[in-house]
Ligand binder design. Structure first.
Ligand code: DOR
Ligand code: ZN
Length: 443
């Protein structure tokens, strides 16, 4: 029986902050302790007034296993997660091969088990012809549906097929809502700019024109009409526009959850000049008005969570001309520092960060016994130093892709220790444990 006391912390829950600590026994939170307390036995770590948060749960990552492990794998991806205070990831199915049935899901599980340093769940993906197979699949964290094309070949661009999924699939559907027809139109309208786009950074801006806000709006509208009609449980991935939020406002109930990414919260289309294809991503980076609307959506509770859509690609690939550069950017290591810095800037409270990054993800995805600091929950915990101000340093980026658009950003508020299942798995700034994370269970 192993025991560890974390003392002298500011414990943060989605409701508030209190002085105290936790007693961890055999990987779980045995007891949440308030105020000053004197541990009688076991190992003690004095957190010296630092903040203790539930580990973040990132419901949207692409760790590229199987098939594209030159970009990322579960070891490098989970190290980046740990350094970013993330203790659980849900991994997407647009891999090579695609995860679209029980056999490919089971094969992926065999490949991941024992490798991930954080806890994990795995998605399956919808295709035009796998509904019957998908209905029988067990052991996935959810079903990913791409209404618009992106990296990989997963696409459900036929309305009848989408409708069939929404009417017949009983589980949680996580949807990339961009309308494929609208994207195709955008490509035609902007064909000249696309073909003229060279390696010049500012040229990448055409991406935001091709995949215009209305493509997301159309898709979300279609999706939520169908979801309502059939009472389906849907999660909208990477909401990025004011127009989507207006639709969501009309339909929002306990069956609709919404995620936003750090890149849509912290970057705008002005940033193409600086970063070019590095911030080419689907859905694209938007203008300031949309960004402001997303922050408002957080404030109003319309947005349930922040998830990274961590989608690493190699730097060389990103340096190709616009049309050939892949979409996606890494984010699992920088989400918490960006949000904590925003707390220091007065943009949101630290309790709200906990709600957005652990409490709501666990609740919305039915992740068992994680996402809160409560007796009996797994000791997935992140210790945060809110006074630490550091640049995002390239040499401490642990994703295999090795770059981040947020490199060199000066941020105040950093995870300095991360515990997974009661084990100290990360300590500032590059000290990692070795124990593998668990596949999560669902309620
Ligand atoms: O930009 C993106 N990249 N959007 C996606 O939907 C997929 C992702 C990837 O896997 O690279
Ligand atoms: Zn994604």
């Amino acid at each position: 029986m192993s025991e560890l006391f974390l003392t002298n912390a500011k414990v943060v829950t989605h409701r508030g902050v209190f002085d105290g600590g936790v007693l961890i026994r055999d990987g779980k939170i045995e007891e949440v302790l308030k105020g000053d307390f004197k541990p009688v036995k076991g190992e003690v770590k004095d957190l010296k007034g630092k903040y203790l948060l539930p580990g973040a749960i990132d419901v949207h990552v692409h760790f590229r296993t199987p098939g594209q492990t030159e970009k990322e794998d579960f070891v490098t991806g989970s190290k980046a997660a740990l350094a970013g205070g993330v203790t659980t990831v849900l991994d997407m199915p647009n891999t090579k091969p695609l995860i679209v049935d029980q056999a490919s899901l089971d094969a992926k599980k065999r490949e991941v088990v024992g490798r991930s340093l954080v806890n994990y769940g795995l998605y399956v993906g919808a295709t035009l012809d796998n509904l019957e197979e998908i209905k029988k699949v067990h052991g996935a964290c959810g079903l990913k549906i791409y209404m618009g094309s992106s990296t990989g070949n997963l696409l459900v661009d036929k309305k009848e097929v989408l409708e069939k999924f929404l009417s017949e699939y009983q589980g949680l559907m996580v949807v990339h809502a961009e309308d494929e027809e609208c994207i195709e139109e955008g490509k035609i309208v902007h064909a000249d700019e696309i073909s003229r786009a060279s390696g010049t950074k500012g040229d990448a801006k055409v991406h935001s024109l091709v995949r215009a806000p209305r493509c997301a709006e159309i898709a979300v509208k279609n999706l939520l009409h169908l979801a309502k009609k059939y009472g389906a449980r849907v999660h909208i991935a990477h909401c990025s526009t004011m127009a989507e939020l207006e639709v969501i406002k009309k339909f929002k109930d306990e069956k609709v959850s919404v995620e936003v990414t750090p890149h849509h919260l912290f970057l705008t289309d002005k940033d193409y000049e600086m970063y070019g294809n590095l911030i080419k991503v689907n859905p694209p980076i938007r203008g300031l008005t949309d960004q402001v609307a997303l922050w408002q959506g957080i404030k109003e509770g319309l947005i349930d969570m922040v998830a990274t859509d961590h989608a690493p690609h190699l730097y060389e690939e990103k340096m190709r001309p616009y049309a050939e550069a892949p979409s996606g950017l890494p984010g699992v290591q920088t989400m918490m520092p960006l949000l904590l810095n925003a707390v220091n800037e007065g943009k949101l409270s630290i309790s709200k960060v906990v709600e957005l990054t652990s409490y709501n993800p666990a609740r919305c995805f039915g992740i068992k016994d994680r996402g809160a600091i409560e007796n009996g929950y797994y000791a997935d915990l992140t210790v945060v130093d809110m006074d630490l101000a550091r640049n995002v340093e390239r040499e401490f980026l642990f994703s295999k892709c090795g770059w981040s658009p947020f490199a060199d950003w000066k941020l105040k508020g950093w995870p300095v220790m991360t515990l997974v299942n009661g084990e100290i798995m990360y300590e500032w700034r590059d000290k990692f444990g070795e124990r593998a994370g668990f596949e999560v269970e669902y309620t």
